[in-house]
Design a binder for this molecule. Structure first.
Ligand SMILES: [Zn+2]
Length: 345
């Protein structure tokens, strides 16, 4: 059976779809890739010039790090700082944002929000060999807080409240990263995932007090499948074949971009494995950075709203599976005082 995707709802920051024709392992990998492997840009270093608010520096630095920034096409339009050959940050690998705010209004407080973050140009001091092609792939809004985007409808994020005489003056440096390093880089606020809503496969057991049906109501996804009969025998060979996703993003990327980038990322990793099997490394250290780019086409959308999977063979990839340092889950990074007196968020 060919794999298909049926879109049930698509908005800028939400995508609800059904995936069929894949196994459970692939479906779960897809979910995890969307949550943790799609790069975005987020504030990672904050230098305080003045902070006379009631909040300590670390507190404000952490809040700034969690503010979603517009990250459209981030995987191609920005370099990781660890891969950039500049010395102290450049326009290819960092974005500088500043807050310079003082409350002079007597008798009331004033709020500093994400809308007070202003982008300042970074120097183009790239290392030799860089052409700056990443800059040409950025959208005009790249790096600004999502709350300042023209598509945003809602309230900006509160950073601190100031009373008369208090001020906050900081320089923030945003970097590209993935959520395996820190949760602030995840484009997703939630990825709902379900299969087998009737629990025909008995992959789970429901704890209940008196009435299982009343205490565990069926999810809306149950309408997509046939209810089991009362005397239906258990099928030991059955496997899940429909997976229900509900992807919600924080606005840094659109839901559509998260889904398509995740598929491309998984394809690239698989292609790297194939490439290295076909071209075994001669030394003990396997260098995946020289594999050519995967050339498989992305899924194409049919008239009925479904996505058909490409039928061509595997391509190969240069960036492959080498993403992230991994291993830290979504835990909090400890703040570290830097030589410049700032806080690593
Ligand atoms: Zn750089």
């Amino acid at each position: 059976m060919n794999s298909t995707v049926t879109i049930r709802e698509l908005k800028r920051d939400k995508c609800n779809f059904v995936l069929r024709g894949v196994n459970l392992g692939f479906a779960n990998s897809f979910r995890r890739t969307m949550m943790a492997d799609i790069p975005t840009v987020a504030i990672d270093l904050v230098e305080f010039e003045s902070n006379t608010t009631v909040l300590p520096d670390e507190f404000i630095a952490h809040r700034l790090g969690m503010i979603p920034l517009v990250s459209t096409n981030c995987d191609e339009s920005m370099k990781y700082t660890r891969e950039c050959d500049c010395v102290e940050g450049c326009s290819l690998c960092m974005i500088e944002l500043r807050i310079d705010f003082r409350c002079d209004r007597p008798g009331t407080t004033m709020n500093i929000t994400s809308n007070h973050l202003e982008i300042r140009p970074m120097p183009d001091n790239w290392g030799p060999g860089n052409t700056g092609e990443e800059l040409a792939k950025r959208t005009p809004e790249f790096g600004i807080p999502v709350s300042k985007s023209k598509d945003f409808s809602g309230f900006p994020i509160l950073i601190a409240s100031l009373r008369k005489g208090q001020e906050l003056k900081v320089r923030c440096y945003a970097k590209k990263g993935i959520a395996k390093d820190h949760a602030k880089w995840s484009p997703c606020t939630a990825v709902g995932f379900e299969y087998d809503p009737y629990n025909k496969l008995r992959h789970t057991s429901y704890w209940f007090e008196t009435d299982k049906a009343a205490e565990w109501p069926l999810s809306p996804n149950a309408a997509e499948e046939d209810a089991p009969l009362d005397d239906e025998p258990f099928d030991y060979d059955a496997e899940p074949d429909r997976f229900y996703y509900n992807v919600e993003t924080d606005g840094s990327l659109t839901a559509k971009e998260v889904v398509l980038k995740a598929l491309a990322d998984m394809r690239s990793r698989a292609a790297t494995i194939v490439f290295n099997i076909d071209n075994p490394p001669t030394s003990d250290a396997m260098d995946i950075s020289e594999a050519p780019m995967a050339q498989m086409p992305l899924p194409t959308r049919a008239a009925n709203g479904s996505y058909a999977s490409p039928s061509t063979g595997w391509g190969t990839s240069p960036n492959g599976s080498g993403s992230g340092t991994g291993g830290q889950g979504t835990g909090w990074a400890s703040p570290n005082v830097t030589a410049a007196g700032g806080w690593a968020v």
